[in-house]
Design a binder for this molecule. Sequence first.
Ligand SMILES: [Zn+2]
Length: 352
Amino acid sequence: MKKIIIFLLFSSLQFSIFANEDLNDSHQNKELDVTSKIKELKERLDPMKRIGLNLAFQKEIYQLEEVMAKSGDGDVVGNGGGIVEMMFHSAYNNLPYLLEVCIQQENCNISKQEKEILKEMSEVIEININKSDKFAFIDEKYSGFFYEGPSNTPRVARTGFTDEFPIYVNIAQLYNMLDLVNMNYITALIVHEVGHQIGIEDHDFLHHLGLKVAAMARLDFKSHSFDIPGQSNYQLKVTQSEGHLKSDTFIYLKQRKHNFNISEAILSEFSCPKNYRDIQKINITNVRQTSSAIFLKDFISELEIEVHMECFDSLEGMSYSAKKAESFQFVFWNQENNEKLFKFAKRIPSKN
Ligand SMILES: [Zn+2]
């Protein structure tokens, strides 16, 4: 606790030094637009208020951690290998590039002041990008944490007013609205939260800034899904951008309310012919069940997954494009009530 308070004081002092510098500058430079300067200061939290809000938020975190410890859930930071968690990490890793594009390009449609804010966000992202605890994915059991102030609707994410706080994510809510969640949405959300971390309080302002960055990136992510004949309980879902880049392709198995991330299990099994580098683009074009069987307590479904893939050889400037199919075993627990619960997926080695 002590350490955090000291940090909060320090970061706020730092902030107030900058604020004073701003004031001195405007004093010297009479040509400066006074009204825009006032507007700019209004958008930033007053340093003392910022300390107070951070302390209050820290208190809420302690309470959350206490409740979690009592329920045996231990550490607040969950890494989770789910599809949404993966999208969060991926979107964060993309942000330095996206913000740079937005700052450099004339047509990003942002004001001078917003540009300065994005620069500041870049610095925070640079600091936190390699930290595994930059996100805390909070289970549904503790969703009370996301009700803030008098509002009746929970927030999707929360953070404090310094980059020392993780971004707390209401993960259950996102899984409940999975059809609406894509990289655009998550990118805008992260920009919003990082905006709070640099001391901006205004949710609406950050919401719009986040949308501008996401729109600039033209992250036209779309989802498509494959029904599996005879297996109405599960669906294979693919979320990716129009460009079908392998790096922005996410594959998951949707089974009623559960979503299992199988991106790695599937994507790693498709490879380029020898002299070509790794796959650049991939798109699932067909999924069909070739057989199904019950073995002891397992239900095994064999699925053939057909993809269209492109590889590129940078030295020769040649590209390879082909349709390829691989067969996978999807293994489920076959439970007493005949409910099948997904265990894992693995490739079936081809016979030749
Ligand atoms: Zn907000």
